[in-house]
Ligand binder design. Structure first.
Ligand code: COS
Length: 383
């Protein structure tokens, strides 16, 4: 279900050109206007980016995890808002259907997602349920042939643009934990579903997030993702395993870019009569950034291969997301440091990218949650 090496290489080359010629030059505009312009979205569709991981049977490119991370390493070199434009549709907004959906659900939604006509979004987080996702309060009450949803979802990426939400809601109020949760596929125009105003953020401003509110939102019983109630938390966690690898790859792409920016600046900037790139203290900063980014790339490739081989990679995905996002934080900080005072000024890309980078240690599970996933498994002898 994946492209052969030559096709993947061709795609990667095309995307590298797209990043250099179209995305990087548009970064400032996206930041200032807080949206990815329509012509760039269209080019993303034409390149097949919205269908990268959607199986070929449903019109996508059918990349496996290994192929996906290679493409995301490349896209990740541009400001993260660009990946976000299609990232939920190929990731957390579609993979619930791919992994646990029924054939009918796949036929209904995946082809339109692959064409970029239907944006997928993932609605797990709530005002009172962030890291403790299993404590979510959104209710889905069965009523005849329907379920009625009530509750609020928070910080939902791409909510303002989405046509379909994978919504985790509690179907069994008697079970306050993970086993009481089911996943639903909820279409945007369903009465009772509303999207709040776009959140104002520290960075990644072209990536739109908002609340999604359900008020007596009636959906057909067939909107249950798959056929079984009570397995929605597991669906969400399986989706996040792949999602965390995508995020880790995005971190690694951005780290590569920041190293390039810092090294270029160091070659151009002269102090004490020489380019600062010749100073060993500057080289040491670059060396640490390179080594950490290389390590992240290697572990992501390994975890992606394992996932494709059918292994349970929850610990490896958490490790990749944890390491790559923390490493990116350090790489971004060093890139600003190498720029000196200029690194704090908006005319240099590192100022924006530093702010953009901060989010990666928070979403799709904070670093502390990844530590819990890894540490618990190691302590119990489960790795
Ligand atoms: N794949 C398959 N099943 C999984 C799984 C995975 N990756 N992770 C957990 N499960 C299963 C567990 O095996 C367990 O099943 P059983 O009840 O059959 O034993 C069930 O799901 C509950 O898991 P667990 O007991 O680990 O749940 P907890 O509530 O203790 O905690 C954490 C789970 C903290 C890891 C989870 O809530 C989490 O990831 N939180 C962060 C959420 C997040 O990333 N939010 C970001 C917003 S979404 S973009």
């Amino acid at each position: 279900m994946t492209a052969d090496n030559a096709t993947l290489q061709q795609l990667r080359d095309a995307i590298a050109r797209f990043v250099d010629e179209r995305l990087i030059p548009a970064e400032k505009q996206v930041e200032e206007q807080a949206e990815v312009p329509a012509d760039i979205r269209q080019e993303m569709k034409d390149l097949g980016l919205f269908g990268l991981t959607i199986p070929e049977t449903y019109g996508g490119l059918g990349l496996d995890t290994e192929g996906e991370v290679e493409i995301i390493f490349e896209i990740g070199r541009a400001a993260p808002a660009f990946r976000s434009a299609f990232g939920t549709t190929i990731g957390i907004g579609s993979q619930g259907i791919v992994i646990d959906g029924t054939e009918e659900q796949r036929q209904r939604y995946l082809p339109r997602m692959a064409r970029g006509e239907l944006i997928g979004s993932f609605a797990l987080t709530e005002p009172e349920a962030g890291s403790d996702a299993a404590s979510l309060r959104t209710r889905a009450e069965r009523d005849g042939d329907s379920y009625v949803l009530n509750g609020t979802k928070r910080f939902i990426t791409n909510a303002p643009l989405a046509g379909l939400f994978t919504v985790m809601a509690r179907t069994n109020p008697g079970n306050a934990g993970a086993g009481g949760i089911s996943a639903f596929l909820v279409e945007r125009d369903t009465p009772g579903l509303s999207v709040g105003k776009v959140d104002k953020k520290m960075g990644q401003r072209g990536s739109l997030t908002a609340d999604v509110v359900f008020e007596n939102c009636r959906i057909p019983a067939s909107a249950l993702c798959g056929t079984k109630e009570g397995v929605g938390f597991k669906t969400a966690m399986k989706v996040l395993d792949r999602g965390r690898l995508q995020v880790a790859a995005a971190c690694t792409g951005l780290a590569t870019r920041l190293i390039d920016e810092a090294a270029r600046y160091a070659r151009e900037r002269t102090q004490f009569g020489r380019p600062i790139a010749e100073f060993q203290t500057v080289q040491a900063l670059l060396a640490d950034s390179y080594a950490e980014t290389y390590a992240a790339r290697c572990m992501i490739r390994d975890a992606a291969k394992r996932r494709d081989a059918g292994e349970d990679v929850r610990v490896q995905a958490a490790s990749c997301k944890y390491f790559a996002s923390e490493a990116l934080g350090r790489v971004a900080d060093r890139a600003v440091q190498i720029h000196g005072g200029s690194g704090y000024m908006a005319e240099y890309p590192v100022e924006q990218l530093y702010r953009d980078a901060r989010l990666f240690r928070l979403y799709e599970g904070t670093s502390q949650i990844q530590q819990i996933i890894i540490g618990r498994a190691v302590a119990q002898g489960n790795v």
